[in-house]
Design a protein around this ligand. Structure first.
Ligand SMILES: [Zn+2]
Length: 384
């Protein structure tokens, strides 16, 4: 026993009589941040001083419980939805006078975690990850989509699909700009939000958007987010442009190392342009990304046809068909993934149409119907 312990034991009777409010200086939990990565989720708690903590992992349902002390809650949200591959939500409560409780509700019971504190500012960092060694190999394994064939499918256990919508461009990257100034990033967002509403309201499908406002997101981060969310489908929405102002119509793409379809190379070159220098950190990663999407090429091709057909029926714009090329924004997706070009912003007549809310709604309806029909046909095949 060291000296300090001895002194504490001697002082214990005195401390018991001391008013508790003075014995502790509570530190405030001031900010909660989280970030979803492909292989783990990081939660950061900013605290006004160095707090102690006790962590326990609980099962049924799986969750991590962290008690911080001496700490008190400030005016933070008490419940934060995270909904990625590892963590469902985070909950905060004042467990007792000096103890703040943080609960991470986890997505599944197979996980490991790290917890550590950092200084200036004081932070407690919790990282939840898969216990598997190689997440890339894991992602490259064929998935049960959406069931293993031995399972019977009934109405009740039809799973809720997760559709990831990706409004093209954003922030400093406007995408194509029309002769009267309409920006692709604005049209793609408006249409994606409309598709999201339809999927949620009309079909009860879970929808995630890579952006909901005017911000820049690097291309590879978009599929990384989609993988993190455990999406079933990835749909990137864009408007087209060409030197020839008469070029018009709608076309749908899936990722392939082989070009297919007239003008596919030009569209891919334009859509790949926002790729920053460090977006693809190396050839190995790029090859893995391509392999990843290769697994879903047939499904992506099929989804393209469903969406292209319904989009044509909803808009009667020129049908330019389904094409393929190498798209950075699609290649890393561990799910069927397509890129829809909803009309030519460089064509003055189509630019005017793309400006109108009524026409945007038509486009959204077409994309929505294509996705819905695709998922229904998938379910039908599985239940046969
Ligand atoms: Zn675009």
């Amino acid at each position: 026993m060291n000296k300090i312990s001895k002194i504490l034991i001697l002082l214990a009777p005195l401390l018991l009589f001391a008013p508790p409010a003075k014995a502790y200086q509570d530190y405030g939990v001031e900010k909660v941040r989280f970030h979803s990565y492909l292989t783990y989720t990081r939660v950061v708690l900013e605290v006004s001083g160095e707090v102690g903590y006790i962590i326990r992992d609980l099962t049924n349902p799986p969750r991590l419980l962290i008690n911080l002390y001496p700490a008190k809650l400030t005016s933070l949200e008490r419940k934060i939805d995270i909904r990625d591959r590892f963590v469902q939500r985070l909950r905060l409560s004042q467990d007792s006078e000096h103890v703040t409780r943080v609960v991470l509700d986890l997505m599944n019971s197979e996980y490991t975690y790290d917890i550590f504190s950092l200084k200036s500012p004081h932070r407690l960092v919790i990282e939840v990850k898969s216990p598997r060694e190689d997440p890339i190999a894991d992602l490259l394994k064929p998935r049960e989509f959406p069931y293993s064939s031995s399972e019977s499918v009934s109405e009740e256990n039809l799973r809720v699909y997760k559709v990831i919508l990706d409004p093209g461009h954003g922030g400093e990257d406007p995408g194509a700009i029309g002769s009267t100034g309409l920006k692709e990033k604005e049209v793609s967002l408006a249409v994606a939000l409309e598709v999201a509403n339809l999927l949620k309201d009309e079909a009860g499908i879970d929808v995630y958007l890579t952006r909901t406002d005017d911000r820049f997101i690097p291309l590879d981060q978009r599929t990384e987010m989609a993988n993190q969310w455990g999406g079933d489908l990835f749909v990137s929405i864009h408007a087209n442009a060409a030197f020839n102002r008469k070029a018009s119509g709608i076309e749908t793409f899936f990722n392939s190392r082989y070009l297919y379809g007239e003008g596919a190379a030009e569209v891919a070159a334009r859509e790949n342009a926002p790729l920053g220098d460090d977006d693809v950190s190396g050839e190995v990663k790029a090859i893995l990304w391509d392999l990843m999407q290769d697994r879903y090429r047939d499904e992506s091709n099929e989804l393209s046809h469903f969406v292209q057909r319904k989009l044509y029926q909803a808009t009667y714009l020129e049908d330019r068909g389904v094409k393929s090329a190498g798209f950075y924004v699609l290649r890393g997706a561990a799910m069927p993934a397509i890129l829809v070009e909803i009309g030519f912003i460089s064509n003055p007549w189509e630019e005017q149409k793309l400006r109108k809310e009524e026409f945007r709604k038509k486009i959204a309806l077409g994309i929505f119907r294509g996705i819905k029909d695709y998922l229904e046909s998938y379910n039908e095949r599985l239940s046969r």
